[in-house]
Ligand binder design. Structure first.
Ligand code: GLN
Length: 304
């Protein structure tokens, strides 16, 4: 088949399912992946005859797209904060909102007084490792640790860390059933974290019905969903840990469910974090929560 025939087939068969903008992106991403063509190149080469195995490959991509499989899983990677991140169905596809979280943290760090090279950061529920990797890339002197419950996710995260030439301490553990402190035992003892960040599961089971098939059918449910009865279960555990293990001016950053802004704010305030703020994402939805650990009397007496 010629390139233009494959392109037409994508347009015709995907038209009932996706917007034309999405379809054009699928075509470009697929052709770029396997033929290395730019958009312009694609137009110029539209009469080029494809080899049989290339035609077959595009047929498979088309059938997967018709089954609502996300293009990132089909091609096996995506881009996050300018870095190439491998993904498979064991990890969530990094979202633009999470890039906003990273941007926010980096901006706050650059405005803060603390020496960047001495920072000690922890990413909880790291998934593909995207947050930890983007932070380490931008803070090369910082110590970055990241943990996840899933061994399969950690394989992806470690691969991403190697591909992006970053050194991160990866740890496996179930934070709901094991004390976080014991999961972190392999790390340098007693060293407080300057930043703890987490994008934990936060979608309610009751929200599933309204979600699109590409998410519900393919993305890992353990990374997405929490019980309606206890939507902040991860937030509580992480906030409790942060209270004890953040450095005196250390900060806790969460990505949150847009409907939970006031609940997360209340939770952090009740736990006596200071400067608690809820930030909106680019779509105007509550998406980031931040709180600062307040110095305690113990910190002060030890000069912390
Ligand atoms: N933002 C993701 C979504 O909308 C959910 C991420 C999460 O649960 N942490 O599907």
């Amino acid at each position: 088949m010629k390139i233009k025939e494959v392109i037409q087939q994508f347009r015709d068969e995907l038209n009932p399912l996706y917007s034309s903008e999405e379809i054009e992106n699928f075509i470009f991403f697929s052709m770029h992946e396997y033929l290395g063509f730019s958009r312009r190149h694609l137009q110029l080469k539209s009469n080029q005859l494809l080899e049989k195995k290339e035609t077959e490959r595009f047929k498979i991509i088309l059938s997967e797209l018709k089954n609502h499989k996300p293009i990132q899983y089909i091609l096996g990677h995506t881009e996050f904060y300018g870095y190439k991140i491998r993904v498979n169905e064991q990890v969530l596809i990094p979202r633009p909102e999470t890039e906003e979280l990273v941007e926010f943290i980096l901006q706050e760090i650059s405005g803060g007084g603390k020496e960047k090279d001495k920072l000690n950061l922890l990413d909880i529920c790291t998934g593909s490792g995207c947050i930890a990797i983007a932070l380490k890339k931008n803070l090369p002197g910082a110590t970055v640790s990241a943990l996840d419950i899933s061994d399969e996710a950690l394989i992806v995260a470690k691969t991403n860390s190697i591909l992006n030439h970053t050194l991160i301490n990866f740890l496996q553990g179930d934070i709901l059933h094991t004390h976080l402190k014991s999961i972190l035992l392999p790390l340098e003892k007693g060293k407080a974290f300057d930043i703890i960040v987490s994008n934990p599961p936060y979608v309610l089971h009751s929200e599933k019905e309204k979600m699109s098939r590409n998410v519900v059918d393919y993305e890992p449910h353990s990374a997405l969903f929490v019980k309606d009865e206890d939507p902040l279960v991860f937030y509580k555990v992480i906030a409790d840990f942060a209270l004890e293990h953040l450095s005196a001016e250390g900060k806790l950053y969460f990505e949150i469910n847009e409907k939970m802004g006031s609940e997360v704010k209340k939770l952090l305030q009740e736990k006596e974090f200071g400067h608690v703020e809820i930030k909106k994402d680019m779509s105007g939805k509550d998406r980031i929560a931040v709180g600062k650990r307040q110095s305690t009397k113990a910190d002060l007496s030890f000069g912390g």
